[in-house]
Design a protein around this ligand. Sequence first.
Ligand code: HEC
Length: 120
Amino acid sequence: MKKFLTGIFTAGIIFSGAVAGDAAQEVEKLAKQYGCSGCHAVDKVKAGPPYRMIAKEYKGKPNAKETLVKSILGGSMMKWQSKAKKYKIKIKMAYMPAQHGVNKEKAEKIVDLILKLDTK
Ligand code: HEC
């Protein structure tokens, strides 16, 4: 019985690890496809904040998804200057232009994945 439970536990860890890894891969793939990669990566600071940091900032907050989708579709300005200080990074660009390459559906898809990123 004990062995059985340990087995389930281990499988659980491996499984959740795989899911988190997939989210990162999926985000990178979509970002490339949607034309975001020039300014964002999952872990690297580029012109914009890394997606994992965005996840850390918004995970669990009410309206996280709506807020981020709106930023992507309509642009975002100066929000990350103070947040960058908090995370001890430097964001060179003060705004993200509205992303006309994506529609609401695509923006929601990538935001869902960003919010799934492992933030530990
Ligand atoms: C020209 C560079 C550039 C491109 C291209 C770009 N971003 Fe950004 N992005 C930024 C910058 C700079 C910020 C920080 C804006 C701020 O401080 O308000 C940002 C912020 C964000 C945020 C956080 C918004 C918030 O409300 O906190 C998300 C989510 C995001 N980008 C997703 C995307 C996605 C998805 C794409 C592709 C469809 C994309 N970005 C393309 C530069 C870019």
